[in-house]
Design a protein around this ligand. Sequence first.
Ligand SMILES: [Zn+2]
Ligand SMILES: [Zn+2]
Length: 273
Amino acid sequence: MAFTVTSLASGSSGNALVIQRDDAAILIDCGIALRTMERLLRYRGIAPESIRALLLTHEHGDHALSAAALARRYGAPVICNAATRAALGAELDGVAVELLPVGERACVGPFDVSSFRLRHDAADPVGYRVAADGAAMALAVDLGSWDDETAAALSGADLLVVEANHDRELLRASAYPWATRQRIFGPLGHLDNMQCGELLARAGVRAGHEVWLAHLSEQTNSPRMATAGVGRVLELANRRGVSLRALPRRSVNGPGGAPAWHSDTRLLQQTMF
Ligand SMILES: [Zn+2]
Ligand SMILES: [Zn+2]
């Protein structure tokens, strides 16, 4: 039985990703308004009632905006770590919260879920790895730097969703205030295209893997720059044949209106080669 990963929104104006298998779905982040979220789910034919849980990477608004509202309306628990729970405070009052300490695993519906620590200026930000039926996806967004642990957490995943936030030169030359640029550049800010490529290379991506470049800045990056920049780093590292796709800010209605990945494409590739 295959599972499907669909990106509904990605970037500083909101993040949401849905993973489905049969009639069960889980969300990673819910950083857009509830009505927008419901509309984007409807576009994809996903009933909000099928959402079994909402995993939060961290408490920033572009990831957690309507998490509580969605959880309350559809009775799905929020899964996060204790520091993120504490940072969200009264916002989560009346919401069922299941704590997942960093590095631990849990069964969520049909999925095997684990988290890993990221370096970002939030209480205790994490990435997630979600596996089912012998396939895995891993997500690392909102991180200013990475280490071997980050690379290991992503390693071997069939679909990798990794932040490629900005182009360094564009950010340097941007009109952002000095303090904002320093924050983004910093070790607890956001990854640039080169850092993203280096992380992917260290994680061992190879032909047949699918990579989604996430959380692109509208001002200091573009889909073309991100895929070209990351692609160049991977080529230099002799990692050829990796499928790279820059995520749009929002999915749209209609066939092909949202980036989607099916775990059975991987199984298909395994039988083909
Ligand atoms: Zn963010
Ligand atoms: Zn953030």
